[in-house]
Design a binder for this molecule. Structure first.
Ligand code: NAI
Length: 330
C-alpha cells in the first residue's frame, strides 16, 4: 500500500519511519507541501493520503483525490473538522483518524497554559533574563480550592478534570453526555453554570456547527470576572473579536490559547521574517495576560509514537476491508 504523506515535518518522518518497521507492506512518500486542491493531484498512483489539522480536505480537494484514484484519507489527528465528510461519502473515500493518542499530552498542556498565564510565567521568564527581578505584575491566584469548569469531558476533558482534582480544585463540567468514569469527583451542570461558577474554564469539546463560537460576547458576559479561559481544542470555539472585547473589558485574569481562529496559515511554520496578513494574533499577543502556543498540545514523544502506530493500523484495517471505530462518516 502506498501513502502520500502531506505537510511533513522532521519529527513526523522520524516517528512514522520508526513505526513502519512493523508494517513492511506499507510504503510512505513524505511531502513538505500541505494537502489542498492544488496539491491533491500529486497523489496520483497512491492508495491513500495522510493529512493533518491544517490540511484543506474540503470538497474540492476530495474531488481531485477521487480523480487520481485515492480511496483513503488518513488523518493523523483526532479532529476532522477540516474534512468534508459529505464529499468523501459521495466519492466513496474512507476517512480514518486517530481519535485518542495521548489525552494526557493535551490535558497537561492545557494545565501548563492555565498555570503559565495565572503565574505570568511568560512575563517572568523574559523579565529575569533582562535582570529585572521585580515582582510587579506577576501576582497570580491559587488554584487550590477554586472551581475548574470543563467543557467537554471526553478523553482530554476527563484527563484535564483529573489534573484539576489533583490541584485540589472543585471540578464541575458540561457535556452533552456525562462521562461515568468521572462521577466520583465531577459535578455535571449546565453550560451557564460552568460559565458562572468557574475560576478556570477549559474547553475540550470538538468543533461542530453547534459549538462554533460557543464562547462569544453573550457567554463571556456570563463568566465570573477574573476567570482564566484555556482553549486547547479548536480555535473557532471562541469568537476571537468578542474575546478581545472581553479582555479589554478586564473580564479575564488570563487567557491561554493553544488554538485560535486564524492559526491555519501559522501552524507549525516559522514565519518570523514575515509580515503577517492578519491582525488578531498580534492583537491577542499585545495583552499581558494572554499566552499563545501554536497547536502543540499533542506534541509529546508518547503522542507521536501513538499517532504513527494508529495511523498505520488504520491503513491496515482499510486494506483488509474491515470496519473500525476510527472511521468518521457524515
Ligand atoms: P472526545 O471525542 O473524547 O471528547 C469530546 C467530548 O465533547 C465528548 O464527551 C462529547 O460528548 C463532548 N461534546 C460534544 N458536543 C458538545 C457540546 N456541544 N458541548 C459540550 N461538550 C460536547 O475528544 P477528545 O479526544 O477529548 O478531544 C477533544 C478535542 O480536542 C478534539 O475535538 C480536538 O479538537 C482537540 N484536540 C486538540 C489537540 C491539540 O494539540 N491542541 C490535540 C488533540 C485534540
Amino acid at each position: 500500500m502506498k501513502i502520500l504523506f502531506y505537510d511533513t515535518k522532521k519529527y513526523d518522518s522520524v516517528s512514522f519511519d520508526k513505526a513502519l518497521a512493523d508494517y513492511k507492506h506499507i510504503e510512505i512518500k513524505y511531502l513538505e507541501t500541505d494537502l489542498e486542491p492544488l496539491t491533491a493531484s500529486l497523489a496520483s498512483g497512491y492508495d491513500a493520503v495522510c493529512a493533518f489539522v491544517s490540511s484543506d480536505v474540503g470538497a474540492e480537494t476530495i474531488e481531485k483525490l477521487h480523480e487520481v484514484g485515492v480511496k483513503l484519507i488518513l488523518m493523523r489527528c483526532a479532529g476532522f473538522n477540516n474534512v468534508d465528510l459529505e464529499a468523501a461519502g459521495t466519492y466513496g473515500i474512507r476517512v480514518l483518524r486517530v481519535p485518542g493518542y495521548s489525552p494526557e499530552a493535551v490535558a497537561e498542556h492545557a494545565m501548563a497554559l492555565a498555570l503559565g498565564v495565572n503565574r505570568r510565567l511568560h512575563k517572568s521568564y523574559i523579565k529575569v533574563r533582562e535582570n529585572d527581578f521585580s515582582l510587579n505584575g506577576l501576582m497570580g491566584f491559587n488554584f487550590h480550592e477554586k472551581t475548574a469548569g470543563i467543557v467537554g469531558t471526553g478523553k482530554i476533558g476527563a484527563a484535564m478534570a483529573r489534573i484539576c482534582r489533583g490541584f485540589g480544585m472543585k471540578v464541575i463540567a458540561y457535556d452533552v453526555y456525562e462521562n461515568p468514569d468521572l462521577k466520583d469527583f465531577v459535578t455535571y451542570v449546565s453550560l451557564e453554570e460552568v460559565l458562572a461558577k468557574s475560576d478556570l474554564i477549559s474547553l475540550h469539546c470538538p468543533l461542530m456547527d453547534n459549538t462554533y463560537h460557543m464562547i462569544n460576547r453573550e457567554t463571556i458576559a456570563k463568566m465570573k470576572n477574573g476567570v482564566i479561559l484555556v482553549n486547547t481544542s479548536r480555535g473557532a470555539l471562541v469568537k476571537t473579536d468578542d474575546l478581545i472585547e472581553g479582555i479589554r473589558a478586564r473580564k479575564f485574569f488570563g487567557v491561554g490559547l493553544d488554538v485560535y481562529e486564524e492559526e491555519t496559515s501559522n501552524v507549525f511554520e516559522n514565519r518570523s521574517n514575515e509580515i503577517l496578513e492578519h491582525s488578531t494574533t498580534a492583537r491577542l499577543l499585545s495583552f499581558p495576560n494572554v499566552m499563545i502556543t501554536s497547536h502543540q498540545g499533542f506534541f509529546t514523544a508518547e503522542a507521536l509514537e501513538a499517532i504513527a502506530k494508529t495511523t498505520l493500523d488504520n491503513a491496515g484495517v482499510y486494506e483488509k476491508g474491515l470496519e473500525t471505530p476510527n472511521e468518521v462518516k457524515n
